[in-house]
Design a binder for this molecule. Structure first.
Ligand code: NAD
Length: 284
């Protein structure tokens, strides 16, 4: 039976550390970090994510503003809003909640955010920096996975890591991060031939594809570490991951549950990035 990786607990510890450091910095700098979130339209899931981000930001002692813009806003108007935030010295972190309406080009929006305020870590300059090993603001979900591995003292150096899924927000960046930590990394995706054979050679498996119960126990090597990034809602409204927890947990040495594994780490890492951006901008 596996050890359960408790992301809720690790995220809480991280937020407590951020809160303590923020209070100390407030004395030194005379101001708190500011995270500004921009949301376009009324997607209920996005609204709920944005509310959580603000709630946790306030809880650790940050200032947090939400800018709500109508679905009908033009791309030019949104870019002008971002430029305003880029120029505002009181704003340290800018996050534009994705997805955006289809008439707005997400990549153009991401590129417009000032690199030093891009707390989502999606700007091409950050992505490039990560791939050549620079100290950047890293995308929050994969950075959260690395924090979990570190918290549980899980060795990465020399290990075979298999990442399932090649998205820009999880698959590709987690592969870069594991490589930086000296793992031997294989990225697999929907066109990979004989994926179960590749997966079953892994010491560390990261699954981020958005397919409920995709990874079953027969694809997991005895003693492997299994990280489930998937968040899928069943017809009954239950949240399930991309991993079949029941069969995989019989083989894995460590495994993340869904919910309560990777999920809570994402916002905690967003706060960590905002603090990092604030310190850099304030020369602290
Ligand atoms: P995405 O939808 O952008 O991409 C899916 C990837 O999975 C693609 O690279 C595709 O090649 C691969 N894929 C699809 N079907 C496959 C198959 N049968 N075999 C192998 N590969 C396959 O993915 P994403 O945005 O990285 O999201 C993946 C999952 O992670 C989703 O469930 C999403 O909700 C979840 N997610 C969770 C968090 C979090 O905070 N915990 C953050 C981001 C994404």
């Amino acid at each position: 039976m596996s050890n359960i990786i408790d992301g809720k607990h690790v995220a809480k510890v991280l937020r407590e550390n951020i809160k303590t450091e923020t209070a100390e910095l407030l004395e030194k700098a005379g101001k708190a970090p500011n995270l500004t979130v921009v949301i376009v339209g009324e997607n209920p899931a996005s609204q709920s994510y944005v509310r959580s981000k603000k709630k946790f930001a306030i809880e650790v002692g940050f200032e947090s503003d939400t800018i709500e813009l109508p679905e009908s806003i033009t791309e030019a108007q949104l870019l002008a809003q971002i430029e305003k935030l880029n120029a505002d010295p009181n704003v340290n972190g800018i996050l534009v909640q994705l997805p955006l309406p289809t008439h707005i080009n997400e990549q153009t929006v991401i590129r417009t955010i000032a690199v030093e305020k891009d707390v989502d870590g999606f700007h091409p300059e950050q992505v490039g920096g990560l791939s050549i090993g620079l100290d950047t603001l890293e995308p929050c979900t994969p950075a959260g996975i690395i924090e979990l591995l570190k918290y549980y003292n899980i060795e990465t150096s020399g290990k075979n890591a298999v990442v399932i899924g090649r998205s820009n927000i999880v698959g590709k960046p987690i592969a870069s991060m594991l490589l930086k930590l000296n793992a031997t990394v294989t990225i697999t995706h929907s066109r990979t031939a004989n994926l179960p054979a590749v997966a079953s050679g892994a010491d560390i498996l990261v699954v981020a594809i958005g397919k409920p119960h995709f990874l079953t126990g027969d694809m997991v090597k005895d003693g492997a570490v299994v990280i489930d990034v998937g968040i899928n809602r069943t017809k009954e409204g239950k949240l399930v991951g991309d991993v079949d927890f029941e069969s995989a947990s019989k083989k894995a040495s460590y495994i993340t549950p869904v919910p309560g594994g990777v999920g809570p780490m994402t916002i905690a890492m967003l706060l960590a990035n905002t603090l990092k951006a604030f310190k850099k901008q304030s020369n602290l």
